[in-house]
Every structure is written in C-alpha cells, then in structure tokens.
Ligand binder design. Structure first.
Ligand code: NAD
Ligand code: TYD
Length: 356
C-alpha cells in the first residue's frame, strides 16, 4: 500500500523540485500537491509529470478548512510536507497581510486538520508525520561570527520571518500539547531551477542576459548561506523518513557569500557562456540601490545536528550548484520568459478549464 503524502505549495520553487525528486525516487508514496497558484505558483513547471500515476494536483488554499478536512478524509493522508507560504521578504515589507494569512493561519489550518484526522478521529498511525518547512530567517541576523543552531533563540526581524516564526511556534505547540508528530526544518537560502525571478539569483541572471541593471541592496556586503535546492529536498526527505518527531533540524550549505560575490560570479558565468555584452563585462551592470529596510546582515547555519543524527550533508559545492543553475536557466529561457510576461498563469485554465 502506498502512503499518501500531502505536499502543500508544490508548484513553488522548492515544491516543484521536491515533487520531482519524490516521483523520481520513491515508489512507496503518492503525492497530492495542494497549491493555490498565487503569482509564485507555476503549474507548468510540473507539466511533464502531470500524468504520473503517483501524482494528483489540487488547486486550493491552505486556509480553506473544509477543503483540507476533505483531502485528509478522501485520501487518507498520512504525511504532510508543508511548503506553501508567501516567501519573499520585499513583498512582506510592502504587503504583510498575505503573509499573516497564509503563513500563520494557513499553517494553523493544516495542523488543526492533521490533529483532528490523525488524533481525534484515530486515523493516524505510528508513521504519520507533519513536516513543517521553515527558514533560518526566524533566528534573526548574525554579526561577523557565529552560526545558527537549533538552540538559537528566535528573533525574526521582517514580516516574512515573523510570520514563519509564528508558524514554527504553532507547529511545535501542536507537538507538545497534542502529541502531533511534527518535525520542523529551518533552511538557509536556496537556489536552483524553477526559482521565481524576484529572488536574487534568478533576477540577476535574467537581467544580466537582458543587459539590464543588476540591483544590489546597500553595500552588497550582506551574507547568505546558499544551498542548492536538490540538497534541500533530499534533506527534507531524510527528515521525513528518519527525523525524531518534535525536533527541529537546521539545513545549510556551508556556503557563506556576500551578495556582491554572488552577483559578480553570475556576471562572469554569463559572460563566459554567452559572450560579453557589447564587448563589456556584465559586472558593469551592477548598480548599488537603496538598502532593504531592516536588512538582515548575515545568516549562517550550523548543520551538524542533521549530519550527526541523520547522516545528511550537502552534495553540491557552491560552484557545482551555480554551474547547474546557470546552465538550467540558459537552456530554459522560455520558462523565465513565460513567467516574466505572465503567460504561465494561463496554463491552469488551459489544462483544467474554468471552475475545476
Ligand atoms: P515560493 O514562493 O516559490 O512558492 C510558494 C508556493 O506556495 C507557490 O506555489 C504558491 O502558489 C503556494 N501558495 C502560496 N499561498 C498559498 C496558499 N494560501 N494556499 C496554497 N498554496 C499557496 O516559495 P519557495 O521558495 O518554494 O519556499 C517554499 C517554502 O520553503 C516556504 O515555506 C519558505 O518559507 C521555505 N523556505 C524557502 C527558502 C528559499 O530560499 N526559497 C529557504 C528556506 C525555507
Ligand atoms: P532574496 O533572494 O530576496 O532572499 P532573502 O531575502 O530571503 O535572503 O535576497 C537575497 C539577498 O540578496 C538579500 O540579502 C537581499 C539581496 N538582494 C539584492 O541585493 N538585490 C535584489 O534585487 C534582491 C531581490 C535581493
């Protein structure tokens, strides 16, 4: 008997990579992908797996209590990997409402339905798992030294990280209060195929190819700890399979880079692959712009717990991951074009018709 895994937000950047990994490597799981298809959801990214026998897509909102309850009952869901979220810090600064709604209330709605179905109705079993996917941003900002561990006190500083911190607290509370089999992962910045081009790496790649300015916030000295998305997805599967319920696991790439280093590297990689732009190196497109309000200075993950307990560590170095990423975006320019001209949003109507 296959186990039914509810993946929320499976049409987003990490969700798409995760669904692909599960379908390619696991024959013991059937994936239900629940996604609202906000601006960040791209159903086209999974077009080639749509007919896979172990895959079902459902369009819907994680805040919709009746829909979630029905999904648990109808599909006897025994595991949840919860990605769905509003995920962009800049958008959380200009419009925090959707972050509170989806990230906090949506997570609560999922937890509550898992509790009712698995515990109250007695339909769970020893293998039931609720994996809440979160971020290292809940820990706040580091100075020049030190790392985030699972014991670092929460100190969120943007509306995005505040909403994720709140959802983490609810997830943990459901473990302590009700014994819901919750696991939490806190991961650093991901990069790789299918990332929406509002985030630093795909934005810079697209602008560099188009010869447009490359906006670097502040002095470009902010540090992120970059992880190739496939490594993150493999870590999530490892935690789902082997993690101890009630525990949090930090996931990181051991790849601390300043934003300027990342942008300069992308410029050089694009120059090398497609040639200079009007005989000028693309580094000349770098434009320092006003800093993000409350911009966290440095994130860096201590990932020794997941390494020691579960034997996970990243497979890809930053150079390897960046090679794969830049090559993917160059080979799949039509994917970026359909996102940038908005036509990716027509795919659902075309495939599923109105009202489905
Ligand atoms: P994303 O913005 O690319 O995708 C989010 C997905 O969730 C989209 O498909 C969107 O349509 C869907 N969604 C949004 N609101 C919804 C709702 N109310 N109901 C159902 N679906 C909804 O995000 P991502 O970068 O793939 O991140 C996925 C998760 O991983 C998030 O929880 C994020 O906080 C976390 N995370 C991301 C990173 C990163 O670097 N991207 C790092 C650590 C953790
Ligand atoms: P981002 O990809 O938005 O991820 P996060 O804010 O979750 O870390 O940004 C990564 C870093 O790049 C962050 O320090 C902000 C910076 N940044 C720029 O300098 N220019 C940009 O255009 C963007 C989108 C981000």
């Amino acid at each position: 008997m296959k186990k039914t895994l509810l993946v929320t937000g499976g049409c987003g950047f990490i969700g798409v990579n995760f669904v692909r990994l599960v379908l390619a490597t696991r024959d013991d799981l059937h994936v239900i992908n629940l996604d609202k298809l906000t601006y960040a959801g791209n159903l086209q990214s999974l077009a080639d797996v749509e007919d896979h026998p172990d895959y079902t897509f459902v369009r819907g909102d994680i805040c919709d209590d009746a829909l979630i309850g029905d999904l648990f009952e109808r599909h006897n869901i025994q595991a949840v990997v919860h990605f769905a979220a509003e995920s962009h810090v800049d958008r959380s600064i200009t419009g925090p409402d959707a972050f509170v709604r989806t990230n906090v209330f949506g997570t609560f709605t999922l937890l509550e339905n898992a509790r009712k179905y698995w515990l109250e109705h007695g339909r769970g079993n020893d293998e039931s798992r609720f994996l809440h996917v979160s971020t290292d941003e809940v820990y706040g900002s580091l100075g020049k030294t030190g790392y985030f561990t699972e014991e670092t006190p929460y100190d969120p500083r943007s509306p995005y990280s505040a909403s994720k911190a709140s959802s983490d607290h609810f997830a943990r509370a459901y473990f302590h209060t009700y014994g819901l089999p919750v696991l939490i992962t806190n991961c650093s910045n991901n990069y790789g195929p299918y990332q929406f081009p509002e985030k630093l790496i795909p934005l810079v790649l697209n602008n560099a190819l188009a010869g447009k300015p490359l906006p670097v916030y502040g002095d470009g000295g902010n540090i992120r700890d970059w992880l190739y998305v496939q490594d993150h997805c493999e870590a999530i599967l490892r935690v789902l399979d082997q993690g101890r319920v009630g525990q949090s696991y930090n996931i990181g790439g051991h790849n601390e880079k300043t934003n300027l280093e990342v942008v300069e590297k992308l410029c050089d990689m694009v120059d090398k692959r497609v040639g200079l732009l009007n005989n000028r190196p693309r580094r000349e497109l770098i434009t320092f712009v006003a800093d993000r309000p409350g911009h966290d200075r440095r994130y860096a993950i201590d990932a020794s717990k997941i390494d020691q307990e579960l034997g996970w560590r990243p497979k890809f170095t930053f150079d390897q991951g960046m090679e794969k990423t830049v090559d993917w975006y160059l080979k799949n320019r039509s994917w970026s074009e359909s996102v940038m001209d908005g036509s990716y949003q027509d795919y659902y109507e075309t495939m599923y018709g109105k009202g489905k």
